[in-house]
Design a protein. Structure first.
Lengths: 300, 300
């Protein structure tokens, strides 16, 4: 198992990168020699103090030069630049994966910098919290969560990556980049966009009412503020890089919202009732699918 | 304390009504004689089996005729009709409250049916779950949650109601009906409307992608499905009865969403970053205000 992988590098030590370090340490003990790097010296310091990497490098080149597997857990907006920076130092045959929330853009930005000797396997863990930074990472972040790989199931390198991700608790799923970006546009990017918007709308209210919005937020609004407090850099990059799929889903959403707005204005009680009954069913399907709680128990 | 209140009637035995019964029983033991009524015989049967009322009445008139305090926990769309039905049977001096999510419409619909001898105090517990029906009720639903009363703090009847609600764990807040409806429009009604819309948008997707939306819903979408699975009757009535405030907030939301859509289309990374940073602050304020967890510990 993982016969060729001895050295692992994790580049980018935010919530995801530091959680990968925690998870590797917990599940593999000392099986790998693990280096870590972040452009931000504060993040390097935190990871050094957490003792979750064998070596925290001051230079990205040092971190990747002996690595058989490299995780690029950096914002999708800079992953191309990071790929460019590391490419001269990569070992022949090295596997590079990323953890970005958009996949078409990452492939577009990363591929040009890697020679044929480098195996780039884009991936995306469907896991996260509203917290960011290396101090927010934890070993079970990927446990029972999907980790999507853009690759072929018979590819030996995909299998190696799959075994490592499965061992840290993730459910590995293979799909193509275009499909990934559409699914994520509706399940993640649009919900976050909407959440950012509504929280923005509330914060523009006059001061008096705004304070009461905060006090009485438990009635629905609070769920949105959790989504809307996620890392701004990450989300800016997502919307800039999955623009087409997000705008397509947003257009569908806008049409539906306009329709619902009309029904409210007309006080069309029977059509409103039908609409609100229909959405209840999707919730039931999600509960049946075992996705209702973060630590769902669904077997692959 | 509650010197004049001996008999209580709870009309409407859904999630809220049955939770009131549970909470009264738990916190007051046998202090009150409590009757219950629901137009639906199935709900009456469940409450009878739960043994949370002293008497479950077959007729609404019997339920209210001796009551000193009456809770109308029925959908806001029928509360006027219920008020009309009970008014001939009410005791002189009886206090009637309701639990509806809109207050201007309830006052408009209810007041005409009550003589000067009846004290109507509109109220609204900011508590609920995505489940409905008497079997979903529980005694701590109102614990550490706000319960808004539309009334004056020196009114003796308001004080009586306050004491009972405080005893079952609620934080009583007084405000006027118009302000209530505006606050709820942004903290509860608009978030639910948005959630219903986005879940509706997803359920219109082609079957393949829809199944994967359900599988991968943990990434943001799931939070919306919880809101969108709330009781359709209740929500239809809310939107028909708080139309002005909801449409006003919806218009502000639409303007903000259009603005954000433009920034995405133009890939304006610096303005997107600013927007996403700003909304993070509201979350921090909510956490400071102690509203981040359902069972928050905030002292009045």
């Amino acid at each position: 198992m993982n016969e060729n992988i001895k050295n692992i590098a994790v580049i980018g030590l935010g919530l995801i990168g530091s959680s990968i370090l925690h998870a590797l340490k917990l599940n593999f003990k000392n099986k790998f020699y693990i280096t870590a790097y972040d452009i931000n010296s504060k993040n390097r310091k935190v990871v050094r103090e957490l003792k979750i990497a064998d070596k925290v490098c001051e230079k990205i080149a040092v971190s990747v030069q002996n690595a058989d597997l490299i995780f690029l857990s950096v914002p999708v907006g800079v992953v191309g630049e990071v790929a460019k920076n590391i490419s001269p130092f990569l070992k022949k045959g090295a596997i590079v994966t990323d953890t970005g929330s958009t996949k078409l853009s990452v492939i577009r930005d990363v591929r040009p910098f890697f020679s044929k000797n480098i195996c780039f396997i884009p991936s995306h863990p469907l896991a996260g919290t509203e917290h960011s930074g290396p101090e927010s990472g934890f070993a079970s972040l990927f446990k029972n969560r999907y980790w999507i790989i853009i690759g072929e199931k018979n590819d030996q390198n995909v299998k190696k990556l799959d075994r490592i991700l499965s061992k840290i608790g993730a459910y590995v799923e293979l799909m193509d980049a275009d499909y990934h970006d559409r699914i994520l546009a509706i399940t993640s990017h649009l919900p976050h966009l909407i959440a950012f918007t509504i929280v923005g709308t509330a914060s523009d209210l006059e001061m008096d009412i705004k304070n009461d919005v905060i006090r009485f937020s438990a009635t629905g609004f609070r769920d949105f503020t959790r989504l809307a407090s996620s890392d701004p850099t990450m989300w800016r990059d997502v919307f800039i890089n999955n623009t087409d799929s997000v705008l397509e889903m947003l257009q569908r959403f806008n049409e539906d919202l306009t329709e619902l707005q009309k029904l409210i204005r007309k006080k069309d009680s029977s059509k409103l009732y039908d609409f609100f009954s229909r959405t209840k069913r999707i919730r039931s399907q999600i509960i049946e699918a075992g996705q209702h709680e973060p630590e769902y128990k669904k077997k692959k």
